[in-house]
Unconditional design. Structure first.
Lengths: 318, 338
């Protein structure tokens, strides 16, 4: 025994040296992050995926990407496999809000932090995930209201095209917009119908509202670009000029929407930014380093109107 | 003579959905306290008004309901129509994105694709003997996926003058899509009622075994019905894509199968198959569209809108049923006696 320790003693400095040599290498060792995406159901989602992938490459993060193709069971399977692979952090963009409890518990037992992105999850124990990063739908509604109040001088009759009844973005964009225009007594929503976030429905609802209100309205506020683009066609078919005879405000800023702003057919689109990459990996880095992160974080959204749409167009990714 | 014609009209299945439409029109007139709902003006050389919108936007459901009627008549059901609308739109959009391809080619390819898909579900039902609801459910799920695959999950914008006419053009002042659907209905009526084809369909749906023993190629009749349904769905998809100048493969044609089945059932064709009424289905589809537009016109909040819709649908279905009508009639005569 004594022999062994005496033999080892001269080795100590070597061990310390070796540790010192390896320490920087160990901390620079690529972070392994698993990302369980919903699928590729829209241009917005594809842009979201691209942002996560390109930002991972830029930061030298080893990203394990799983496309669930719209199926919750695929997503849960993906998270289990991330746990088995022993990743440093897991990011989930949940397809559904419920049913996450068991798999999140498994992640917690494995001491792997989970970041929930884009849509919320319902769990009884909030400590099951580290933080939530999403779009602030309410802020988007507020931005639309503020822009409109400024542009019109706080005057106008508004027709609202709601998104899918009961959906989170539709509820929040509606509520916050109503709060935003409440300060202006002459700025009023005179009719509000659901276009289900669809282009076809947006056109159909707009056709009906045009017959109902004739020329007795000034503004159309649409909860997404698709419905606004449908509504524009109905307005044109009624012999009116969208953007001039009718002020149009919309949310999302898909490429087609920003193009319509540049063409003067939509007056303003508020962005629902899908580029979550930087924010998500900032949070991962902090959590892994043991630093505190805010429970809820929102992605910053921009706004496009006649002043900046044309300039922004070439760089729009989705 | 005239009385018996009136009596037979009252017994025809078209009466109840028609009464429903009239009731809705009346509700709108009373609500507006003006005739604005019925007002039709001429703008840009075509008719313009709410009724014209109903005809134009209702034409897709009318078209899908025509095909659905035949499938239901052979005691089947086609759940894939909504997805096939997306497939038709996707195929056409991708082909039209290249200037080199003519509109005719794109439309033919789209219709061929959906007709083929319809034939596939027909073969699944007749050959493999899968339940119609399961066979077409497969295509409903697969179809939407295929459509997304074709367009890479994006909404594809279509900018071709010839194609836009389909869903936005006017013929003799009327929306072209409506004219097209009415022409197809008349054509189908002639083919089915002037030949034995209609009888074959009713026989195949009414009693498959007896029909087979009578020498009818039941399988072939059924396959043709599913194929026609696929074709109608494809054409409806083209109308939709043309109407919004874009192919929306994710949401386009969503829930169309339910709307079409509703139109067929309200139009007096029983889900058990056999006797069918194409006209009834068209009127049923119009009832649905009138209902939707009425909700917009009355300003019913979208969260509540399904309730009045459901009530009217239940009402029409009850009036359709022989049993509930007899029960109501019984109430009437009992009160008279008392």
């Amino acid at each position: 025994m004594k022999l062994l320790t005496s033999l080892c003693r001269p080795l100590w400095p070597c061990v310390v040296l070796a540790l010192l040599a390896f320490a920087p290498a160990a901390s620079a060792k690529a972070l392994k992050v698993g990302f369980a995406q919903t699928g590729a159901e829209s241009g917005w989602r594809t842009a979201n995926t691209d942002s996560m992938k390109s930002e991972a490459v830029a930061r030298g993060i080893d990203l394990k990407f799983a496309d669930a193709q719209g199926k919750p069971e695929n997503q849960i399977r993906a998270v289990r496999s991330f746990i088995a692979q022993g990743v440093d952090a897991i990011i989930i963009a949940p397809i559904v809000t419920t049913g996450w409890e068991p798999v999140l518990r498994e992640a917690k037992q494995a001491k792997i932090p989970v970041i929930v992105m884009d849509r919320a999850v319902q769990v009884s124990d909030e400590s099951l995930y580290a933080c939530f990063i999403g779009s602030d739908f309410a802020e988007e509604g507020r931005m639309a209201a503020d822009w409109l109040a400024k542009y019109t001088g706080g005057k106008g009759r508004i027709l609202e095209l709601q998104g899918t009844t009961g959906s989170d973005p539709a509820n929040e964009r509606r509520r916050a917009f109503a709060e935003g225009i409440a300060k202006y007594p002459d700025l009023k929503v005179i009719d509000s119908q659901s276009g289900d976030f669809q282009r076809q429905q947006g056109k159909e609802v707009m056709e009906a509202l045009l017959k109902k209100h004739g020329r007795d309205f000034d503004i159309v506020y649409s909860h997404n670009d698709d419905m606004a683009l449908g509504a524009i066609q109905a307005i044109e078919a009624a012999g009116l000029k969208p953007g001039k005879d009718v002020i149009i405000v919309s949310i999302d800023a898909i490429k087609e929407g920003v193009t319509a702003v540049a063409d003067g057919k939509i007056n303003c689109v508020v962005e629902c930014n899908p580029l979550f990459g930087p924010k998500a990996y900032d949070a991962v880095a902090k959590i892994v380093a043991g630093q505190p992160v805010p429970r809820k974080q929102y992605n910053k959204d921009g706004l496009f109107d006649a002043t900046n749409a044309a300039a922004a167009l070439p760089t729009r990714q989705y | 003579m005239s009385e018996t014609r009136l009596q037979s009209f009252c017994r025809s299945p078209v009466v109840w959905p028609l009464a429903g439409i009239l009731l809705l029109v009346l509700v709108n007139l009373v609500h507006d306290r003006s005739t604005a709902f019925l007002q039709v003006t001429v703008t840009d050389g075509h008719l313009y008004g709410t009724l014209v919108d109903i005809l134009n936007q209702g034409s897709r459901c009318m078209l899908v309901a025509l095909g659905m009627t035949l499938v239901i008549a052979v005691s089947g059901v086609d759940l894939s129509v909504g997805s096939l609308m997306a497939v038709g739109a996707a195929v056409a959009a991708v082909l039209l994105a290249r200037e080199a391809h003519s509109v005719a080619l794109a439309m033919t390819a789209a219709l061929a694709a959906t007709a083929l898909a319809g034939l596939a579900s027909g073969l699944l039902v007749t050959w493999v003997r899968v339940q119609p609801i399961v066979a077409t459910l497969i295509l409903m799920v697969v179809g939407r996926g295929v459509a997304q695959l074709i367009t890479d999950g994006n909404v594809i914008i279509i900018q071709r003058a010839g194609f836009e006419f389909l869903g936005n053009g006017y013929l003799l002042g009327l929306p072209f899509s409506t004219v097209l659907v009415v022409a197809l209905y008349l054509g189908a009526q002639v083919v089915l009622r002037r030949s034995a084809a209609g009888l074959f369909i009713e026989a195949a749906g009414d009693n498959e075994t007896a029909s087979r023993f009578a020498g009818l190629a039941v399988g072939r009749v059924k396959c043709l019905a599913y194929m026609t349904s696929g074709l109608c769905a494809g054409l409806a998809g083209l109308l939709a894509a043309s109407n919004i100048r874009a192919a929306d493969t994710l949401r386009g044609g969503e829930n169309m199968e339910l709307d079409a089945i509703f139109a067929v059932v309200v139009g007096g064709t029983a889900l058990t198959g056999g006797r069918f009424s194409l006209l009834g289905s068209l009127v049923g589809a119009l009832l649905l569209q009138t209902l939707t537009v009425t909700m917009y016109n009355l300003g019913v909040p979208p969260a509540v809108a399904p309730v009045p819709k459901a009530l009217l649908i239940i009402g029409v279905c009850l009036l359709q049923s022989e049993k509930s009508r007899r029960w109501l009639g019984g109430l009437w005569s009992a009160r008279k006696a008392a």
